[in-house]
Design a protein around this ligand. Sequence first.
Ligand SMILES: Nc1ncnc2c1ncn2[C@@H]1O[C@H](COP(=O)(O)OP(=O)(O)OP(=O)(O)O)[C@@H](O)[C@H]1O
Ligand SMILES: [Mg+2]
Length: 402
Amino acid sequence: MSVNMAVVESPEETASLVARNRIVCFVNDELSAAALRKGLDGSNLVIRRGTIRHATRMLETDTDLYALVADISGMDDPFTELERLASVCPPDVKVALIGDNREITFYRELMEIGLTEYLPTPITRDIVLDQLRPKLLGDATLAQSDRDRGGHVVSICGAQGGAGATSVAINLALQLAETTKAKVALLDLHLQGGETAVMLGVRPGPGLRIALENPMRADTLFLERAAIEVNERVCLISGDEDLDAKLDITEAGVRHVLGLLRQRFNYVVVDVPVPFPASIYPVIQMSRHVLVLLEAEVTGLRNAHALRNAVTNIAGKDRVFTLLNRAGRAGGLPRATIVKALGAEPDMIIPDLGKGMTQAVNLGVPALKHVSGLRRHLAPIVREITGVGANQKARWKRWLGL
Ligand SMILES: Nc1ncnc2c1ncn2[C@@H]1O[C@H](COP(=O)(O)OP(=O)(O)OP(=O)(O)O)[C@@H](O)[C@H]1O
Ligand SMILES: [Mg+2]
């Protein structure tokens, strides 16, 4: 079945679509209700009397909503209430809170676990207009909200050819799945001459190019066909187009494919071609981590700088991580030169792991299975990405789907 057709919605379906863009507020005082009513004017707003507990109760049976605003005033242990809420709240529903705690540490803790906003009472129309409305509805935050919905996107890009981007993408995907037991998609955006499939000893599935060119062609079965199982938790989505094919990848197609993957997989690791064609900017914008790989060579250093800047311009500074690969390789630049040229220590380092890495490529097996030591060097990168072991908040984040 293709979705490329006009869909006539039944009255029930129309009602459900309308319900889905509701912003539901549970607040306990008339002043807050009035501030929200005026500040969120024009949206599909439902205001009820109650607190976060009422919100949790509602979500047990009714999850068709876009965002929730709930009152936590007077609660002794708001984090317990939040845990309850998180256990019934769909991951893509934005959650904002209002309450009487005015401490900045409290605010920070809430932001860290992925809440959209927290407003201390009393709230006014202007506070809602300035602080809440842009985060719930504003265009300015589109990239941010895109980034926060669904699976966690990690982009891997090489500052120079052969820096190890594909090797890191493949093995990171496998180790992420192994460590977190989550589902991981490996997306290779080198549609011509991409190497992920060869390195994994599998054949690319069909349909990625068409989906990336025209989102209307990516029907519900697209992923079933295109995603090739690497193991029970990891799938590869790649293409193998002729080198003389004229591709017409569109931004809408890229956004759509990534959206589909993020609904189905907890992590999406992307082998990104460099320089980025404008059509794949959404991948960078939706990434929570962009790993810029380089080797200890003059070319790598020069390009890493430019690539970091490009990523920062597209997606913001806080997502870029520099990964020095094959560190210590004979003939490479000394560490001090690298640090000087980068202006800082690399964020991550993988040493040169010798010829076993290339042997693995030739055998078509993941290096993780062939090269002892790779796992240990990938572990800190996996920790950085998953936040596992960082603190208990990672758990909440997962519950909140963030
Ligand atoms: N840490 C490492 N130690 C030793 N060899 C490595 C290491 N990382 C990658 N290699 C080897 O370097 C070669 C190039 O790696 P890879 O194909 O992953 O790079 P790439 O950045 O994807 O290249 P391309 O620019 O062609 O896409 C491969 O033979 C790979 O096995
Ligand atoms: Mg590659």
